[in-house]
Design a protein around this ligand. Structure first.
Ligand code: PEP
Ligand code: MG
Length: 910
């Protein structure tokens, strides 16, 4: 870096060095403080040290460039001039806060220090100037506590014990008061003395009294906190690069704890749980900002009581909210302080919201004319995965009524994350991890007094989160909304005893491992298990138990989906068998991209086992003939449900021992006997055939087209069933478009072989039936060789579909069934960014796909290409498929709305 690099940007007094467009350099908080000041909103002056400085800091052994000191001193002078106070002054001391501010907000993950500049001298000046010594001493004790913890690393030991908290507990007890704010000056002075001693004892040095030393200590600690454990975990979860770094904001303090005409709060310009319009939020009178987010005191609701408590401030706040929404054209999440009746803005950012709120807000803002449809559909407004929440379960009303009648209702808290969840009680994140390690499908509810960022790992595992303290903007609420978890906070009737592992309300006591159920829509908590039921959208679309006109969420969802379908160019199909076809159509499937025919075999195990056991062509053919009518009937159902939409049917794929193996014989002691009777042979014959079928690497063994090549009778039967079903359905007046797909092809010769079998049978059937049915024959591209030889393969194949489950398995040489043992470790240690079986590994597997598309279309320029691996329902992979020029993605029915939205976002991205 040149010595002229500007690392420090001043803001405040209506003339900032930066603005909102400089988010990458100034971080979200810094850029928006500058912007708010520029548009005339009341922002305490301060300065931002850039993210570039953070990068420098980590690239240079955690040191600063030489020019930083002077730049900070210059900016400090501007702050002092703007605020009319002086840092460290004995007459009019300025106090500062120091906060992190990354490009993407990472709520609660990094450190903050408030009240910088206080020492034994300035606290006395502040006492006199404010006329409120208790306030001054309370600020001082908070500062020592925060600084001691964050900068000097004098931290709590053990699970719940905290040196500072213990001192405060004792002080409150001795004084006979409930809150710290009720301690008097003498009591606070005593706390301060004890805090200083604690720090001296534990850190081996004194708490610093020099204000400038305090600033540098705080700045360093905030930069260091970019690399703390919880920040790293958070970035991994949300895909934020470690290389971005954080900015640091040093800002003049304003006080919400000067008296009863002061307050602090966090607000939302609309509700971000369900999306309803109207300014709302939490506030506490006579308190500092950290008190609201830390969730220690349960705050009051702005929309309910602030108008009465502080009418003038409430008016200012509503006006500011409106200005911000108009300016940013999105819902804002703000932090403010009211100091002696005047509102000061400390932060604004686009608000995090649930999937419900995201959809409602996006649709409402379009209808209000604030944004256009395209803006409404962007990834930032509605992450495609969030639609999942709208399909989340709710409590079955009958089960909930019964729970109420049975007296299992426990309490009501604040409904902070929608959905209904039921699970076993778990009080600690580390316990949740241990339980999940033993049982990956465990359903648990994380119950905490309040959550702190350390609980993130447990929250990820939990089906729901329940806290006794905190408001709708507490850490627990923010993070669970983002994760789409059901969440209730501030459920103050709960008595939680971590030591005994109990939760009680009056005389009702539940303990670790007991079942509990929470309703994130209403905030109600029940003891025991309450059955859940599907969402409103599912009721309208799938169960048809609700009329669309009575379902508001559904109506917004369908308006949004109309816009989605206007924009996207890639089709979305379903991976579906006859049972799922109606669901798939209801979710908007434009065809079936993968019908796995072996799934239909599972209900006809006798016949398929007979086929497997046969050693002669004749006996095999006889068994196969029995399967034909079942297959035909299934295909007829599928064609009818899909009503003219294209249907890709994949011929038999799995190795035969999935239907008959030693495992089956072992599990069912009578089976060998039964099969021997069925085929008229001895049990030894059955055991011999099973032994012959055994493979050491079945996933790389005799499966896919290799089966059809060795046993062409199977392919012929399936082709006949498909074509006869197609003829029958077409004769009944319903259009059919069968696409017959050959699995696991690596060589053109394999495809040629199977295509010939299919076409010969099809010609026969069409002749017999006397009708013309248009059909195509294509292949899956799921082996690297097929992608590499796609030009050749496309000479025969009329379409391709990427089977990215097998393509990932075979490209990475990673078993799709066994990779779970190490993939978590890989991700946690940044070996690979994401699970390659969920999100396409774009550099490796993706490159093969690109080659497959290019080479395939070099032979057949109009080659239809899709994807039917699990990745077809993953938003990032859908966007990648759009970039590759695929015609469609195919995914499970419940992922279809997500894939549709992601496909539209792919267009908006490009
Ligand atoms: C695939 O491999 O991606 C695929 C869709 O086929 P299956 O999962 O049935 O192997
Ligand atoms: Mg496959």
């Amino acid at each position: 870096m040149s010595s002229g690099t500007k690392y420090v940007y001043f803001f405040g007094g209506g003339k900032s060095d930066g603005d909102a467009s400089m988010r990458n350099l100034l971080g979200g908080k810094g850029a928006n403080l500058a912007e708010m000041s520029n548009i005339g909103l009341p922002v305490p002056a301060g300065f931002t040290i850039t993210t570039e400085l953070c990068t420098y800091f980590y690239d240079n052994d955690r040191t600063y460039p030489p020019e930083l000191k002077q730049q900070v001193e210059d900016a400090m002078k501007q702050v002092e001039q703007t605020m009319g106070a002086e840092f460290g002054s004995q007459e009019n001391p300025l106090l500062l806060s120091c906060r992190s501010g990354a490009r993407e907000s990472m709520p609660g993950m990094m450190d903050t220090v408030l009240n910088i500049g206080l020492n034994d001298t300035t606290v006395e000046v502040l006492s006199k100037k404010s006329g409120n010594p208790a306030f001054a001493w309370d600020s001082y004790r908070r500062f020592i506590q925060m600084y001691g913890d964050v900068v000097m690393e004098v931290r709590p030991e053990g699970k719940e014990e905290d040196g500072y908290e213990l001192i405060l507990d004792e002080a409150r007890e001795a004084a006979g008061v409930e809150y710290d704010s009720q301690l008097n000056v003498e009591q606070l002075k005593e706390v301060v003395t004890k805090f200083k001693k604690l720090i001296r004892d534990k850190a081996g040095k004194d708490f610093p009294t020099d204000p400038m030393e305090q600033v540098w200590g705080a700045v360093g600690a905030v930069f260091q906190s970019w690399m703390n454990d919880r920040a790293i975990v958070y970035r991994r979860q949300y895909g934020i690069p470690h290389s971005w770094g954080t900015a640091v904001n040093v800002q003049a303090m304003v006080f919400g704890n000067l008296g009863d005409d002061c307050a602090t709060g966090v607000g939302l310009t609309r509700d971000c749980s369900m999306g309803a319009p109207g300014f709302n939020g939490d506030y506490l009178i006579n308190a500092q900002g950290e008190d609201v987010v830390a969730g220690i005191r349960t705050p009051k609701r702005i929309e309910k009581t602030l108008g009465d408590d502080m009418p003038e401030a409430y008016k200012q706040l509503c006006n500011i909210g409106e200005t911000l929404e108009q300016h940013y054209k999105d819902v804002q999440d703000i932090e403010f302080t009211v100091q002696q009746g005047k509102v000061w803005m400390l932060q604004t950012r686009n608000a995090k919201r649930t999937g419900f709120a995201a959809v409602r807000i996006a649709v409402d803002l379009v209808n209000e004319g604030l944004i256009d449809k395209k803006t409404a559909l962007t990834k930032k407004r509605i992450p495609a995965d969030d639609l999942n929440q709208l399909l989340q379960p709710i409590f079955d009303p009958a089960a909930k009524n019964k729970a109420i009648e049975d007296g299992t209702y426990l309490a009501t808290g604040i409904n902070a994350g929608p959905g209904a969840a039921t699970g076993i009680i778990c009080f600690h994140a580390e316990d949740a991890e241990a339980i999940q390690a033993k049982d990956p499908d465990v359903q648990l509810i994380l119950v905490r007094r309040e959550t702190s960022p350390e609980d993130l790992r447990g929250m990820r595992i939990a089906k729901g989160i329940l806290t006794a303290f905190g408001g709708a903007s507490s850490h627990a609420a923010l993070v669970s909304r983002q994760m789409g978890k059901t969440c209730i906070v501030g459920c103050s009737e709960l008595e939680i005893d971590y030591h005994d592992g109990t939760l009680s309300v009056g005389d009702k006591v539940l303990k670790t491992g007991d079942w509990i159920s929470i309703d994130g829509f209403t905030g109600e908590v029940f003891a025991g298990k309450v059955e859940t039921k599907p969402s409103e959208i599912i009721e309208v679309l799938i169960h048809k138990t609700r009329k669309p006109e009575d379902a508001e969420t559904f109506q917004r969802y369908s308006q949004l989906m109309e816009w989605v379908d206007e924009i996207r160019t890639m089709k979305v199909r379903a991976n579906a068998e006859p049972d799922d076809a109606a669901k798939a159509v209801a979710f908007g499937a434009e065809g079936v991209g993968l019908c796995r025919t072996e799934h239909m075999f599972f209900s006809h195990l006798d016949e398929i086992r007979e086929m497997i056991l046969a050693e002669e062509v004749d006996t095999r053919q006889a068994a196969i003939n029995k399967l034909l009518p079942f297959q035909r009937e299934d295909f007829e159902i599928l064609f009818k449900e899909m009503n003219g939409r294209p249907v890709t049917i994949r011929l038999l794929d799995p190795p035969l021992h999935e239907f008959l193996s030693e495992h089956h014989l072992h599990e069912q002691p009578d089976l060998a006997h039964k099969l021997a009777d069925m085929v008229g042979a001895g049990k030894e014959f059955i055991y011999r055939r099973v032994e012959e079928l055994k493979e050491s690497n079945p996933m790389l063994g005799h499966r896919g087209c290799r089966l059809g090549i060795v046993y062409p009778e199977i392919t012929a039967m399936q082709a006949r069933a498909i074509m006869e079903a197609a003829c029958n359905v077409q004769k009944a007046g319903i259009e059919v478009h069968p696409e017959i797909m050959i699995p696991l092809v690596g060589f053109k010769a394999e495809l040629d072989n199977q295509t010939k079998v299919v076409r010969d049978v099809a010609a026969e059937v069409l002749k017999e039936q006397g009708v013309e049915v248009e059909y195509t024959v294509g292949t899956m591209i799921e082996i690297p060789r097929a992608a590499l030889r796609a030009d050749e393969i496309a000479e025969t194949a009329e379409f391709f579909s990427f089977g990215t489950n097998d393509l990932t398995q075979t490209t990475l040489g990673m078993s799709r069934d066994d990779y779970g043992g190490f993939i978590g470790f890989y991700q946690e240690n940044d070996i690979i960014p994401s699970d390659p079986f969920q999100t396409v590994d774009q550099d490796g597997v993706g490159d093969l796909m690109k080659i497959g598309v290019e080479r395939g279309r070099s032979t057949r320029s109009d080659l239809k290409i899709g994807i039917c691996g699990e990745h077809g329902g993953d938003p990032a992979s859908v966007i990648f498929c759009h970039k590759l020029g695929l015609n469609y993605v195919s995914c499970s029915p419940f992922r279809i709305p997500i894939a549709r939205l992601a496909a539209a976002q792919a267009v908006l991205d490009s």
